[in-house]
Design a protein around this ligand. Sequence first.
Ligand code: SF4
Length: 346
Amino acid sequence: MPASMGNAIHNSVEDLCNLELTGKNDEETGWLPSTAKTVLDQHWQIEHDLFFETPRHPRWKPELITKAHNGLVGALNILFMKAHIPPTQLSQISIGTWRELQEIVLANESTLSSECGRLIGRLDLLISDIQDGKSVGWIVADLKTGNPPKVHLNEKVSRQLRFYRDLLKQNNPDHPPVHAEGWYSANQTVHRADGPSILDDAFEAWGGMKPTEEPLQGTPSNTACAFCEWKAWCPTWWVARRDGELSPGSRFRDEVVRLVRFDEESGAALFERTPPVGDDGELSGSDHRFGAILRGQALEQLRALASSDSDGVLFLGSARVDGKIMHLGDWSEVLPWSPMLRSASQ
Ligand code: SF4
């Protein structure tokens, strides 16, 4: 959902920056709020449709369109600030003022690629750095719709921004001074990413991503595994749970189980935990059984699995613990447990 909201905001900013204004009167005001709403509504609908085409998705939250709208206004306000247009209501922005703003936008949503084609990045905005009415360089801007940093950009975001900056520089040897910024629409703050080129590190990382016959060694930790999307295919975290290297979690837990009983109507199920034997994905039965109530997406997933031919082991993702009963809903996942022990190409 955060990704859908971010896409809707990004794509709306792009469309508004590219608005075709030929023949419009410079003095006209009052057009921007309704235009911004129409553009956002269109992208919201596109994201909604894509969301439901995605096999693994949680609940769609229609109420977040208000947050998306605020994010779009926040992003536009940063653009006004960069164009040195005084803060004002969107309804007061004239066509002439919007044309001024469009002039500082040199590119938006363009793809950057290294000379060799191995590295690519998607640039949100490239704008002129305007000081005292003159362009003194370029700003690579990446629009962020998530939580703003408390003080400084975290290292990962800084690296991402510098990566775009460095690709842009490589593609444009005669570039003026360039710097990269993260624009946080939620609180309309701008954070600059400075530092040396990171292209050498990026090429090294590219080399490290070549598929190998054996999967990369898992490095489980509570932080890394907590929200990892790969658990249903990763044998390592379940072994780490057995060995006490990972905590089971208190309120939300992941489990690898066999389905013992299931009432498709009520969503009540009885599961048996299947602990690992050895380190390679083999499982055993156990005496540990627990009941669960399934609703929403989790219930649909279990119904589909129960009615398929598969009688295999299941991965339960994000089951909420409530006494002795687990609750699974739109926030959870029920997937076949299918650890990958070899490269998929083998
Ligand atoms: S679940 Fe597996 S792949 Fe994911 S972070 Fe943990 S060890 Fe790594």
